[in-house]
Structure formats: C-alpha cells, structure tokens
Design a protein around this ligand. Sequence first.
Ligand code: ADP
Length: 996
Amino acid sequence: MLFSDTINVDNSQRQAALLPRNLSVLETWGFGLTGHVGWIGTAPAIHAALGAKAIFVWLPGVAVAIMLNLQVQQLGKYWSNVSGGTPNYAARLLNTFPNLGRYVAIAYFFSWAAAPAIYAIILTELIKVNLAPLGIVCPETILRIGFSAIAFIVAFSGSRALAILHLVFVVPAIAFVITFCLQGLGWIAWNQVEVEFTNNTLSFSEWAKWFFIATYSVYACETTSSFVADSQRPARTLQFLTVAAWLIPVVFLGGSWVLLALAPNSAIGSDTFLNLLTASQKFWGNSASFAVTLLISFSCLLSCATAVANSPRILYQLALDQQLAPVFAVVSPQGVLEPALVFTFFISCLCLAWGDVAEIVTVAGTAYLVSIMGLHLGLWLRRDAPEVRWGKLSLVFLLVETVVLVIGGTLWSWQDLLGGLTIPLAILVGDRAIRRISFAPFHPQWWLKRYQYKQRNFKDFVVNQVIILIILVCSATTIGWAIGGNLHRTLNQQSANLLVILLVTLSFMAIAIACWTTLPQIAAIEEARKQAKNLLSAALYTVPDTILVVAENGIIRQVNPPGEEIFDTPISQVIGRSLNQFLPNLVGQPPQWANRSEQIIKIRQQGRTLDVSVSSPSPQRFPEYVVILRDITERKQAEESLRSTLATNRALLNALPDLLFRINAEGIVTSVVPKGDRIAAKDFVNKHINEILPANVAQEALQSLQQALASQEVQIFEYQMLLDGELHDYEARIVVSIDNEVIAIVRDITKRKQAEADMRVTLEKEKELSQLKSRFVTMTSHEFRTPLTTILSSAELIEKYGFKWTEEKKLQHLLRIQSSVKHMTQLLNDVLLIGQAEVGRLEFNPYEINLTLFCRDLIDEMQISNHTHKIVWNSENSCINACIDEKLLRQILSNLLTNAIKYSPQGGIVHFELICTPQTAIFRVQDSGIGIPISEQANLFDSFYRASNVGTISGTGLGLAIVKKSVDLHGGEIAVESEVGVGTTFTVTLPLNQKV
Ligand code: ADP
C-alpha cells in the first residue's frame, strides 16, 4: 500500500513541473532552526503564568518534540520526493481518510501562513513602543504590511534567495539563543542559583492551557522536513532533524531554566523583551539589551521568512497529490511556487486585517495542534508500517493532545478554538471555489503562459546593481542622519534598542530589495554556470573516449573515467605522470607531438590501437593541451576483416566465369562485374533490363527478380541470345543481396547445352544399338533354327536310311539341305550387307542400265519361283538410260516385291509400276496383303524391325533396312502407304543420271 502510494506520487510529480533541487544542505538546515528561535515567543508567557512549574509543561513537550523530529526524519527518508514535510506526510499516513488528511495538512498550512502576520504585528508593536518616547508617530499599517510583505518579496525571487537570506539571519539568531541558554546555565551553576518552586500544585487544566501554547513552538522544530524535496542532498538535510531534535532540550529546557532561575520576578509579566533582558543582564551585562533586541527582531523576521518558504510547499505537494486545485502545483522557471505563495500572502493579509495577536495565536495554535494530532492518528493507524517508529505510543500522544485541545483551547477561548477548527475547512471550501471559478489566474495555464513569454534579460544587471547600491547608500545615510539627530537629543537605552531594530529591519529590507532585483540574476548566472559545468562533466563522463589535459611538459593534469580502463591504472595514479610513459611513441614534449597519430599499446597482454588527437595549446600563461584517445582496435580489426573479405571476393569473382549484375527492384542495373573484353560495364550500368535483353528474356528476368524479392529464394532461368552472330545459351541465377536489390549471376552454358545434345544423340544411338542387338538375337534364334533343324533332320535321315532309300529320295533330302544352307547364306548376306551399310562401306556403283528391261527381267525371275501370286507390270513410258547401281536396285525391288508377295498370304495380284521422268524414276509396288499398323510404319526401315501383325510369316526385318540404305545411297526417297487388312504400297523415287 505504502509502496503504491510512493509510485503514485512519483507519477504525478513527473506530470507537473518539479521543484528544482537547488537548495544546499546548509540552506535547508537554516530553515530547521526557526522553531528553536521561536522559543522566545512562548516561553516568557508560560513562565509568567506558571513560574517554576513551567518546567512541567516543557518536560513532556520536549520529549514528544524530540520523538516527533525523529519520526518525521523517518517519514522523510521514506518520502524523500515529498515537499512540505510533516503535514504532507500526515496526509499520506491518513490516505484511508483523504478528507481528514487534507484537513490536517491545511490546518498545518494555516498555522504557518498566519505567522508572518503575527510577527509583523509584534515587530510593529516593538517599534511603536520604542518610537513613542521619541515622540515619533509610527506608521503602523505601513509597517505591518511592510514586515509581512518583505519575506514574500524575497520569496518571489526564488527559494535560494530566501534560503540565503534566512541563513544570514538564522546563524546569529540561533547563536544568540544557544549562547543565552548555555551561558545562562553556566552562570547558574557557577553561582549556584536555586530555583524556587512554590507549593501551589499545578492543576491539569492549567497545565493543559499552557501545554496548548507550548506545542506551537516546541513541536515546530521539524521544519527542515519541508525542504527535503528541494535539497541537493536530501539525506543530509534529513540528518539535520537529529541535530534539531537534540537542540530542543538545550533551548526549551535550558532556556526556560535560565528564565526560571534568573528572571523569577513575577512583576516582569509575559513581556519577552523584559524577561530575556532580566535574565541575560546577569551574564551579558550592558550588552544584554542590545542582544535581546537583536534576538527578537531576528526571530520575528526569521519566522516570517520560514512561513513564506514552508507554507506554499504544503499547498504545492497537496496539489501534486490531487488534493488541492492544480494551480497550486505551478512552479515558475526560477523554482518559485507563485500561485501558492500568492494564496499564502492572501491568508497572511487576512490575519493582518484581523489584527489581534492573541486571538490569531490561539486560532493558529489550535490549527497547529490539530495537525499534529492528525499526524499522531495517522502514525497509530499505520503503526506496523516500516516508516512508523512509535505507532502505539502515538495513540497516547493523540489522546493527551485531544484533551489538551479541548480543555486548553476552551480555557483560552472557545470561539478561537472553534475558529481554529473551522478555518481549515473554510480554506478547503476556498480551494473548491478556485477549482470551479473560471477566473484565469485560478488555473495553471494562465501562469504557464506567462512563463513562456517571460524572457530573462541580463543586460541591465550591472546598471541595476549600481542603481540599487546608490539607493541603499543614500537611504541608509538619510535614515542614519535622521535617527542620529533624534538620538542625540534623547540618548537612552530605548533609543539604542530602536536603532538595533531599525538596523536589522533595514538590512532585511536591503537584502530583500537586493534579492528582488539582483539575486535572481546572480542565481541564474550561477545556475547557468552549474548547468555548463554539469554538461561538461556529463559529457566527460559519457563519452567513451579518454580525454586528458596535459601540461606543457607532458604531465597529465586531468583525465576522465575511460582513462582508467585504457591505461589499466587508477585515475589517481594516471594524474601526475607523463603521458609518454603510457604512450612511448609520443616522443618529447607536447609541442613536438603530431596533431593526429595512431599508437599501439599493450593493455592486459593485449595490443590495442589508439587514435591520438592532440589539440593546439590553450591560450594561457601555462599552456595546456587536450589529448583525446580513442580505442580503434575493433574498427581496425573490422577494416582488416573487410579488406580480407574484399580480397576473397575479388579472387572468387576473377576465378568464376560468370557475369555479375546488381539490379535494383525496378529492374535497373546498378553495377556489373564484367568478364573479358566482350562485356563493358558502361553497356549495362544504369540501364533497364528491357534495354539490355530481348523482350521475351527481359520479361522472364523481371518476373524472376520479383519472385526472388518476394520469396527471398534463388530463382534460376535459362535463355538464348545472339552474341556476335552466334546463338548462345545462358543460365541466370537471381539472388537477393540486400533489401530491394538482387544479384544476377549469368553463365554462358552454350558448350554445356551442346554436350548435353550430343549426349542425348549418343544415348539414343546406344538405345538403338541395344534394341538392334535384341532384335538380331530374336531373328537369328528364329530364322537360323528352322533351316538348321531341316539340315540336321535331313542329314540324320540320310545317315540312317540312306542305304535303303532311292536316289530320288536321297536327292530330295540333299536339295532340302542345300535350300536351307542357301537360305542361311542369304540371311548372312543380308546381315553382312546391312553391317556394311551401317558402317558406310556399302559400295555405290551407278552405271547406265535399261530400267524397263531390268524390271521386266526381275519380274520374270520372281514369277518363276512363285505361282500363287501374279505380278502385274505397268510402265507408261520406257526408261532406257538410267544411271543407277544395278546391284542395289535389285536389292530394293526384289525385297519390295518379295514382301508384297510374302505379306499377301491369300495370294492375288501385286502391282509393280515404273514411272520415269527426265530426272527421276518412280517405282511403286502395291499389294492387297495384311498391311502395316500406322503406329509402326515409322520404324519399318530399322534393322531387324518387324511389324506386330506378321504372325507366323517368317522374316529377318533386314529387307526394308537394306532397301532404305540402298535408296539413301542413290539419294532417293522411299515412302509407304498402308492400311491393315487392305494392303500396302511402297513408292521409291530415285534420281536418274547419277554421276558415275
Ligand atoms: P521381313 O524379313 O520380316 O520381311 P522386311 O525388312 O522386308 O523384313 O520387312 C520388315 C517388315 O515390314 C516385315 O516384317 C513386315 O511386317 C513389314 N512389311 C514389309 N512389306 C510388307 C508388305 N508388303 N505388306 C505387309 N507388311 C510388310
């Protein structure tokens, strides 16, 4: 819960302008002593009323106040970013009852906001009393407003101005108070003065009445906490709360004891001046009056200054926590809480208008006690939280304080008590109104706009200062003159006191005017100087480079933190040594060093390369040089590896026969790695693919490019292109290189393509050969077996039965043997012939023959051995002188005619036609046989190929192959037309007049 509170606060703080942490520890401490000095305001009255018994009021008051200080310190540690201190811690402790928390904080605020008015009235009264004997009429109203306003004027100059001013006055003031207490106690001890306690008992109601008043000063020693969020070192600021705590008994018990012992006369009454004077005269003698006057004037002005510093912070933090109108969270660029300050001034003015110090004190005291009760309630409610020190005891304090508030408050005045309880409520109602009313200054934007346009002008700084000095000197002289004149006439103690008051007030005013005019500028200059210093040190601490300041003799004067690492030596040991102890290559003194060089040094056994820059000497009496060292080892290594990668790439590119083109997503070639002389980069670079490649290839290339970019995968395509009149084959690989760019690796694959084609032909031939072999084996196994069987059977029959056979029968078998051998011989001849034809050894010897006669003879020859078929010869014109190889022609025609007969098993007519033209002889053999399936007609001329429909008709599949070879040798053509079951027609066209 607490933790989440802290987070919320931090977030809201981030949204609003933050108070700058610009108060030094000493300045925050100054604010923490106002409460102690305030002892002089309450002690005399309590002393006058209770005499020696006053110590019973102070004893518990001091004890609780010490604990309160230590408790607030603990809370401050927990909420170090919370401004305003105690009341804002109370509001947080009471976060389960936010309205109560807000009420308590505002009550505290009011008790402080009333302070300037109270002290302005007291101070005015003091002057009035002192002026009366001189016969000078005191301008009361002006003085009251003036004293109230002084502190506000300074506060508007900025927190620092106020803090410095405060410090200037608080140091002598607290010194006076402590001296008074310690010297007084010493004097009492030395002179053994005894304190007389009267026999009257102290009634509880009386005690409560005076404890009520005592709390307003003794509890208020925790004001340091209000400035923790402004402190440059919050922890140190908080530490002061312990010092403040232990000063409480010194001042409140010690001081009261001094009063009891040294000013016991009840006739003195409650007058502060007389009480302090009576007591201190014993040990200060004649200076007592002067010192006490000084002390009272200081303490009045100090309380005003603390009030104007403390009160706006309470409003500011409440506004940040969204408990009050957001306008109170506005911070000026100088760190002044202007709207909160204006509101505080307004409350002070109201109190001033009220005018009755006694009433204001009771009302403000009520509000103060209520706020401390709220704190004790909050502590008890969260008694188990780590930031709470005496949670359970807080309930006891709360109960006692409640009784004191009711009884003591009523004894003073029930109306004032009621007033003290209701005024914080009235302020909260006012806050609601501020939120709702649309009056521009009630809203942050109005203020922020003002700050935007407000330019700070430093040009008039000196002029301002001179004018102010003149005014101060002149007015001081004039006032001194006037006072001097009066004092001469009536020189007595009172006028000396008046002089003191006037001098203090004047100096306060002088400082106020100075603050208002020049201090902000000095503060701004100081701020600018600090910013510049911060910037420089931030830069020195942030840059990775080592920056050294080197004296003219080469000795290192300053070095930033990276130097520790680069030299592997603590900074303290680097400073004071000569730079060339670390960098031996920097020979001689800085003036001889090169402006820029590279040095290699060994750090932790590793060589590191440093880039060393030496500045020009600084223009001063003892010139200094700034040396910047940058560790460039990694960069060097990267450069080296880049160089080696480049070399590898270049070697690879040179070794590869491929062309490399970088092409962007639009298809424009951005660079080329050319090969040889034939391709020049200028022919390609900055050209679109469409301009380089033929349209169809360019189209394909662009598609591949887009695909490669889309899929991030290598795309490969092949294309052909004319180069120097020759058709080349190319293979292009498209690879994505970087975003929106590809590399096309193009390779000339013409030779590979050629080799592939050759390979395919060879393979085809291989295949053919193997088919040929298998067909040959099939043929021989069929065609040789039959005649061999015939030969074997006839020979065996002759062997066995020859002796009893007739000659005729023997002859018959011998003829069968001869016929089979002839058939086999024919077969072998055919094989031989086709073998010769395959290797191109078939001879071609054309000579003139009478074609008509040749054909007729052939028909006759064939017709002799065949009676089942009739060959019908038809020749329209005779063809007498044809230059043809007769042997080959015989192979052609006899094979065609034999086939026509053989594949017409039903017998019938075979038409044989010869048509001669002057150039060609056309032979046509037509039968009406089994025909050839169309799908097999293309293979008819392959060796050993036989159609699938041959059935039992024997054959070798060589006849048509021989025909084809023979026709080819003549340069002629052969064609076949056939239909299964209808018949077949072979047409051979041979050119005539072959060269002999
Ligand atoms: P074969 O010795 O088998 O006759 P060929 O080379 O002379 O060998 O003929 C090859 C094949 O062509 C034959 O097996 C046959 O299938 C077919 N053929 C050739 N001529 C004819 C034809 N006139 N009628 C039908 N088929 C034929």
